[in-house]
Design a protein around this ligand. Structure first.
Ligand SMILES: *[C@@H]1O[C@H](CO)[C@@H](O)[C@H](O)[C@H]1NC(C)=O
Ligand SMILES: *[C@@H]1O[C@H](CO)[C@@H](O)[C@H](O)[C@H]1NC(C)=O
Ligand SMILES: *[C@@H]1O[C@H](CO)[C@@H](O)[C@H](O)[C@H]1NC(C)=O
Ligand SMILES: *[C@@H]1O[C@H](CO)[C@@H](O)[C@H](O)[C@H]1NC(C)=O
Ligand SMILES: *[C@@H]1O[C@H](CO)[C@@H](O)[C@H](O)[C@H]1NC(C)=O
Ligand SMILES: *[C@@H]1O[C@H](CO)[C@@H](O)[C@H](O)[C@H]1NC(C)=O
Ligand SMILES: *[C@@H]1O[C@H](CO)[C@@H](O)[C@H](O)[C@H]1NC(C)=O
Length: 871
């Protein structure tokens, strides 16, 4: 939206004429681009440069904040950009303590002469003029000052909710380091936080925060394996790790409309003699849909192609990447070598997998030559066993004239589910105001509200996706149980004949049986799609419907986990847990067969799918069922199992709307004698226990917290996190509890419930939810206690409903139900407060009072209510 085309101020000078005069950098680590960029960056800043040929559109960024940290005078940067001095930038900075350091050494650019050292946490807060993507460039030069040896600095840097650098340290005092990020900002303030590690300090030489045109990165790309549409690109933050100009020279930030640096590809080419370069004049590039913002004509006017069309060997490039991250590859193409249209068809492979089959540039470019085209491909970290390999090669069309080209390549690390670009953990971000909050989850919720990209937790991502979107995770196990049912392909069936299913380890199906059950895994019976394979609706034993999950045979990493998981899952049997029926491991297949839950996830019946609304009683029954399932997981096995991903999409409903908990994929056994498991934070955003998030110590009470969110979701019929809402409403737990405190919760409950819900039932229910959401795990009830309260809420509701119905018939029954309600409201039954386990309800004082009123003194409260209800 903001592509103002103003010509840049022309500058004069000259630029290195040939790439060969540059030092040939050693590449060994995955961060080589950083160093490379730096080498080139300092080359460019140290040489006067002449700028951009006429006709290349320029972009004037709305936000263009450049700071030379620690500098007393404006640096004389050859490209003429106006960096602010330390003094001028002091308004942005907040810290208790900072030190300016400087060196007199020869450095590549004056911006590296000074640095700012932070012995304590420091933040730079920038008010942005526009939302959307921004470059955040951080310049570091680990020089040695009299007082501080910057090579000793170890620190972390975050930008709002993105962790950019984690325990970062530079072991080189001779080259500057540039870290370049592309961050989607919807928060009006960008807060760069520098956090020194214990007994260390942080430093920074220069900061750039520069907006880019919205068109630079759209939401959609293609996933690699399987090749599929991928949406949600704008929900990620990126770190640019390689930006390569195939077959061409170095392009410095001056020759690029968005200040990017492009490096030559020679150092990454594998078989150099399989490739050759070609180029044309920049003026012959015809921009149509692709604009110079995407890449300058200098990128599109050079390429690397197959050296010998007759031998038809692939051209390959190899890059080091951090295997724990997903990457976005942007491949730039422009056919400047064909003599006529329709000559060029070729394949593109990434890590040996077909990424683009039979790429037909002339068709894509409107049957013209020299028209740029680019393609965004998301490569999942699971495919990086041996770095990143990009290949172009002929199609199998043996025409003898096949060729293949590539003009440019950008390799960008994608922020992971925790919002991190370095390490496992996201940043603790407290939103615009910078005040500290009660609970990280809430806090991040606010950040998300502001729409900073959401990569954080898969959940969010899923909302925007097709209904059969899957829980995304790196481990095989996570796809073991979640069954997401697409109602459009549902066919109602028996689903309950399970007579000849085996128990124990489950049934060992033959592949043939499952092929028959799923019409040979015909795509027409797919009910879910995930990274590790598809879920099919199958029919076995002449009528029993089952969900058949077929692991992708290529994902070898899963085999061990597959077996462990079968063992674990087959031990768990409970009416409120989705059961594993069997498996098949013939022909190295990894197939799991589950009971089919024909009514799909609870969530779909609450909102988003336009299914008929559930009554309050049904919701209570579902919550009770799920609570029983979780209670069983926590207490029903010797070790105790923590679910770790309790949410409404993991509570599935069968044909009778009986709730069953699914997806123990993330589950962790609690080791005997221990009350917690220490583990990397996993789970779904909006449901995540803030205490677990902070401490990484997982207890059953983390599930209890998540279940509290589920309860509120059932009552309010809205997602745990809804980034589209005004900020204070984004996080359901936070928002609902605000209304609860004002005693106005009825204002925010599902409108479908307003007329039918019993106030006392709701009150009890909300009390339970509130206890579940207690800040500290020890203050939360056990699942048993929650269950108890929910049962109570159900009894209250039933008594109420009966009373209403009876009202019209007999005043006696009405009196009875009135009585029950009075009892309920007057009696301080709160097992959560008293921490009474469900197994022991008779010690409860409140219960005793109920007994006193009722007739059947030997029965427990629930029976009591039933008798009041006249059943
Ligand atoms: C950068 O721009 C200058 C001025 O137009 C030009 O002379 C130089 O060749 C350009 N560099 C590259 C790599 O295209
Ligand atoms: C620093 O990096 C440069 C360029 O990569 C390299 O030439 C030099 O040897 C490194 N110095 C140290 C001390 O590692
Ligand atoms: C090119 O590479 C792909 C993937 O690595 C491979 O399948 C294909 O056979 C190669 N083609 C040629 C001609 O070597
Ligand atoms: C936590 O919330 C309470 C009440 O909402 C507030 O009084 C308190 O200051 C908050 N604590 C922090 C650390 O924000
Ligand atoms: C990569 O695959 C894992 C496991 O299937 C999934 O959780 C993750 O979301 C995927 N990443 C992307 C960017 O699709
Ligand atoms: C299941 O059957 C397959 C052959 O159909 C066999 O290879 C496999 O060992 C069996 N698994 C078990 C646990 O018996
Ligand atoms: C899938 O089933 C449909 C009809 O049930 C059939 O037309 C189609 O050929 C099948 N596809 C495959 C790949 O078997």
């Amino acid at each position: 939206m903001e592509v103002e085309k103003k010509p840049r101020k022309p500058e004069t000078g000259h630029f290195l004429s040939s790439i060969s005069s540059l030092p040939s950098p050693p590449f060994s680590s995955s961060s080589s681009m950083t160093i490379l960029l730096v080498l080139f960056f300092h080359v460019f800043v140290s040489c006067p440069v002449s700028v951009v040929a006429a006709g290349v559109a320029s972009f004037t960024p709305k936000d263009n904040i450049l700071i030379d940290c620690g500098a007393n005078s404006k640096p004389d940067v050859p490209d003429g950009r106006a960096f602010k001095t330390d003094q001028e930038a002091s308004g942005y900075l907040k810290t208790k303590n900072d030190v300016q350091v400087s060196v007199s050494a020869i450095v590549s650019s004056p911006i590296y002469l000074n640095a700012k050292v932070f012995p304590e946490e420091a933040t730079y807060s920038f008010t942005l003029k526009r939302p959307g993507y921004h470059w955040v460039r951080l310049h570091f030069f680990a020089m040695k000052d009299k007082q501080y040896d910057l090579q000793q600095a170890t620190f972390s840097v975050s930008a709002n909710r993105y962790a950019l650098l984690h325990n970062f340290k530079i072991n080189n005092d001779s080259v500057p380091v540039l870290k370049e990020y592309l961050l989607n900002m919807n928060d009006p303030t960008l807060t760069l936080k520098f956090e020194p590690m214990k007994n260390s300090f942080a430093f920074i030489n220069a900061i750039e925060v520069v907006s880019v045109p919205d068109s630079l990165l759209t939401d959609e790309g293609t996933s690699l394996y399987p090749v599929n549409k991928f949406s949600g690109l704008t929900k990620h933050g990126y770190q640019v790790v390689y930006r390569v100009n195939m077959g061409g020279p170095l392009i410095t930030s001056n020759n690029d409309t968005l200040g990017r640096t492009w490096i030559p590809d020679v150092d990454y080419l594998e078989e150099k003699n399989s490739a050759k370069e070609a180029s044309t004049s920049v003026n012959s590039i015809i921009y149509t849909t692709v604009t110079p913002s995407i890449a300058p004509a200098t990128v599109y006017s050079t390429l690397t192609e197959m050296s010998d069309i007759s031998t038809a060997a692939n051209v390959s490039w190899k890059f080091n990447v951090d295997k724990s991250f997903d990457y976005l590859l942007r491949l730039h193409f422009c056919d400047i070598v064909s003599k006529s249209i329709n000559e060029l068809y070729f394949n593109v492979y990434v890590n040996g997998k077909m990424a683009i089959s039979g790429l037909d540039l002339s068709a894509l470019a409107g049957y013209r030559l020299a028209v740029p085209y680019y393609k965004d491909i998301v490569v999942n970290s699971s495919l990086f066993s041996d770095g990143l390999k990009v290949q172009i090669g002929p199609t199998n069309q043996d025409s003898g004239k096949s060729n293949a080209i590539l003009n440019g390549l950008e390799v960008m690390k994608m922020s992971n589910s925790a919002g991190s670009l370095d390490g496992e953990f996201g940043a603790e971000y407290s939103g615009e105001s910078g005040v500290s909050h009660n609970g990280t989850v809430v806090v991040i919720g606010i950040a998300m509200a502001l729409g900073a990209s959401l990569g954080l937790f898969a959940m969010i991502y899923k909302w925007k996706k097709r209904p059969q979107g899957w829980q995304k995770s790196h481990s095989f196990s996570s796809w073991l149980l979640p069954l997401q049912v697409d109602h459009s392909v549902l066919s109602k069936g028996s689903g309950s004949q399970k007579s000849n299913l085996c128990t124990g380890l489950g049934r060992n199906f033959t592949l043939a049986e499952l092929q028959e059950a799923t019409k040979n895994f015909n795509s027409s019976v797919i009910i879910g799609v995930g990274g590790f394979g598809n879920v099919y609706l199958g029919t076995i034993d002449e009528g029993t419907q089952v969900a058949v999950k077929r692991g992708n045979p290529q994902s070898e990493q899963g085999v061990t986990e597959f077996h462990t998981e079968i063992q674990m899952l087959s031990k768990l049997r409970h009416r409120h847990l989705v059961s594993l029926i069997g498996y098949c491991n013939e022909n190295s297949e990894m197939i799991l067969v589950y009971e089919y839950m024909s009514n799909g996830p609870f969530r779909d019946h609450l909102y988003g799918k336009n299914l008929p609304p559930l009554s309050w009683k049904q919701r209570l029954q579902i919550c009770i069922g799920a609570a029983r399932g979780l209670h069983y997981l926590h207490t029903g096995t010797a070790q105790g199992i923590i679910h770790r991903d309790v949410k409404t999409t993991n509570i599935l409903l069968d044909d009778a709307f009986v709730a069953k908990v699914a997806d123990f994929g993330l589950s962790k056994d609690t080791p005997m004698g221990q009350t917690h498991v220490s583990t990397a934070v996993k789970g779904s955003f909006g449901y995540l226990d803030p205490e677990y998030f902070r401490s990484q110590q997982l207890t059953e009470k983390s599930d209890v917290y998540s279940f509290g969110v589920v309860l509120l979701e059932s009552l309010c019929a809205r997602p745990a996190i809804n980034p589209q809402l005004p900020r204070e409403q984004v996080n359901l737990a936070d928002w609902a509890m605000q209304w609860k405190r004002k005693d106005l919760l009825e204002k925010v409950i599902d409108p479908h419930l307003v007329d039918s819900i019993n106030q006392e039932s709701m009150k009890k229910f909300v009390e339970a939810a509130e206890k579940c959401l207690a800040e500290s795990g020890v203050d939360r009830p056990s699942m048993g206690d929650v269950l108890w309260n929910l049962e109570y809420a159900l009894q209250l509701q039933e008594a109420f409903t009966e009373g209403k119905m009876d009202d019209t018939k007999s005043s006696d029954a009405s009196a009875a139900s009135q009585l029950s309600i009075v009892v309920a409201s007057a009696t301080p039954i709160n097992p959560i407060d008293n921490n009474h386990p469900v197994s022991n309800p008779e010690d409860n004082k409140g219960l005793a009072e109920v007994h006193a009123i009722g007739d059947h003194s030997e029965t427990a409260m629930f029976a009591q209510f039933q008798s009041l209800n006249g059943r």
